[in-house]
Design a protein around this ligand. Structure first.
Ligand SMILES: [Zn+2]
Length: 90
């Protein structure tokens, strides 16, 4: 019973999971400032304000730190291939 109450409380907050390669262990962080959403890059595990990260994705097409194009963004831009909505020359 107590576990359910705890999980309900935790679920209100955003939880970030940092998956590091072995032998390192996964790390779990909770965003206690729910009014300030953050986004984590799955490649470099850097955390950015969601608005800043999305703006960088739209402008440059990749993570501002490691320059990796996220899978979900890659799939979205592949659909628009040929229309050249993303300017990658910056
Ligand atoms: Zn990155």
């Amino acid at each position: 019973m107590q576990r359910k109450v705890y999980l309900k409380k935790v679920c209100r907050f955003q939880v970030l999971v940092f998956r590091w390669p072995p032998p390192l262990r996964h790390q779990f962080f909770r965003n206690v400032m729910s009014d300030m959403p953050v986004t984590k890059c799955e490649t470099c595990n850097r955390v950015f304000h969601t608005d800043d990260y999305e703006l960088q994705l739209l402008q440059r097409g990749h993570c501002p730190f490691c320059r990796t194009q996220p899978e979900h963004f890659k799939a979205a831009t592949d659909d628009e291939e040929g229309s050249n909505h993303v300017n990658k020359d910056f």
